[in-house]
Design a protein around this ligand. Sequence first.
Ligand code: KG4
Ligand code: ZN
Length: 326
Amino acid sequence: MIILGIETSCDETSLAVFDTEKGVLSSFTNSQVDLHNKFGGVVPEVASRNHILKVEELFSKCMEQAELTPQDLDMIAVTTAPGLIGALFVGVSFGKALGYALKIPVMPVNHLSAHILAAELENPELRPPYTALIISGGHTHIYDVDAAYNFELLAKTVDDAAGESFDKVAKMMELGYPGGPLIEKLAEGGNEKAVAFPIAMRKENNFSFSGLKTAAMNKINDNTISREDIAASFQRTVADTLILKTLRIAKETGRKNVVVAGGVACNGYIRKAFSEQKGYSVYFPSKKLCTDNGDMIAFAAHRFFKLRKFSSLIETAHDRMQHINK
Ligand code: KG4
Ligand code: ZN
């Protein structure tokens, strides 16, 4: 099968063509980071408008690089949830129109499931069951994924997402947006033990990052500790928190394999800290596949298609988590 993946849930327009035998044939992403940077975060209306401006162009580029015509496509896969509603609608409308014109199926794909499955795209030996941690700008979720690809949500953040906390601390330091990579860079020159930030809700599986953000803000205002040391200590505490809770759940559910995915999984410090844990095999998508991309959407559709996990044809965009492809 040849599947077109469409991703427009936030600030990246990304399309890819995935051949179930040959792998990814083409992939193009237009990041809107520069457009949103001056606002210090993603402006939903600006995001939607720019998806509209780019989606057709990226589709043509994908076809050209894959040396295909639209008639060669067998299926369209599109992110339907969760995300910014106007942004999602651009991809969903484009995908549905194309599917209708070509008379081929349109598979709605849950963005979070796709982030997790991205680890399988690059690690062919990886199959569930495993524990999956998804750390992005909007979510911090731990799922148990069983052998039949049932996703059971076992923990989530009660306030800020992990990525959101990086973004907010970076904003307080006036570093720019998105904050994750900027904090990571700043932390390289800092001492991670300089500040002993506590791990919130240590005994519970759910996460809370808003206290850590406030504690970091107080240290920034204090002016007694360098910004490098605050960044390094903050990053270490986020990593310690993620590892503590994810591995505790892996232990409770008897899983030996762990997947760490989503934008924050680009963070080199967090990747290294997870990899050093004994007794577990930890899998990450490559950094390119950790941030939003059409490849993971097409690949997830392939997995769900094989499992006959279809959704209704009247499926549309949802801003919140929808239990599709479960
Ligand atoms: O998955 P993603 O691309 O978009 C969402 O679905 O939210 O994740 C974006 C998030 C942002 O909060 C960004 O700051 C964070 O991922 N991020 C990082 C790094 N690169 C991106 N956080 C920490 N360290 C990084 N190197
Ligand atoms: Zn994402």
